[in-house]
Write a protein that binds this ligand. Structure first.
Ligand code: GSH
Length: 239
């Protein structure tokens, strides 16, 4: 049996969640309440000493780091196949995964945390990623060709969040069609935030910067002193 430790919203958990659903695997979702600091509990740190979600445990085998989890699921449960085998298609899918993580995630983080007047760099970074994705997608339904891939799952978890933060798809017609296709898939519908959750998340954005700074300090304290008990103060929200 697969145990999936996650939170909602979580930029890194959703791609794993979508993958579990797309592969129609049986799994037990275990919600990690970040607002209650559960990621810092000794039980959770035994699963991930860096106090981060997602984590997957499959028949006693623990995997952390979202991209390692995706690779694990793809190899262990190959149907349906979410990585193409052609050299160019595979390179495209991997580029989309890596640009999503290395460019789009930090841009979204800055859009969440920076005041409006300091968002130009993050906006340009996000738009540059979208321009690249538009070109890579071309007229194909998915980044790897005719079939859904891990590239679509990564980028397709992040592009709507960037949209909520003001990054428009107005000049990206291929991406507009692609995102409509993804949104019609049950795995996307099942994992998206409800209107109430989204409103609560957007309301909490102003506090996010302070919450993340506090968690970064807590994580550093724990790594400096591993036997220290979990910090007790509580804070809302995840990412
Ligand atoms: N590189 C990790 C990043 C995971 C990550 O940072 N997850 C966030 C939630 S989206 C987290 O657990 N944050 C811990 C915290 O805010 O204390 C991955 O790809 O899984």
């Amino acid at each position: 049996m697969i145990s999936f430790y996650f939170a909602k919203p979580s930029l890194f958990s959703r791609p794993v969640w979508i993958t579990l659903l797309e592969k129609q695997l049986d799994f037990q979702p275990i919600y990690v309440e970040m607002g209650n600091q559960e990621q810092f509990s000794p039980e959770f740190r035994a699963l991930n000493p860096f106090s981060r979600i997602p984590v997957l445990v499959d028949d006693g085998f623990r995997v952390m780091e979202s991209q390692a989890i995706l690779d694990y699921l793809e190899t262990k449960y190959p149907a349906p196949k979410l990585l193409p085998s052609g050299a160019e298609a595979l390179a495209t899918v991997r580029m989309v995964q890596m640009v999503s993580i290395n460019e789009l995630v930090p841009a979204i983080g800055e859009l969440l945390m920076q005041p409006e007047e300091k968002r130009t760099y993050a906006q340009n970074r996000a738009n540059t990623a979208l321009d690249l994705f538009e070109t890579l997608l071309g007229n194909a339904p998915y980044f790897g060709g005719d079939q859904l891939s891990l590239g679509d799952i990564m980028a397709g978890s992040l592009v709507p969040v960037a949209g909520d933060l003001g990054i428009s798809l107005e000049n990206h017609p291929h991406l507009q069609t692609w995102i409509k296709t993804l949104m019609s898939r049950p795995a996307w519908q099942h994992t998206q935030l409800s209107d109430a959750e989204k409103a609560r998340f957007l309301r909490s954005i102003r506090a996010m910067s302070k919450i993340w700074q506090r968690r970064r300090r807590q994580r550093a304290e724990i790594l400096l002193e591993p036997n220290k008990t979990a910090p007790s103060s509580s804070s809302p929200g995840s990412s």
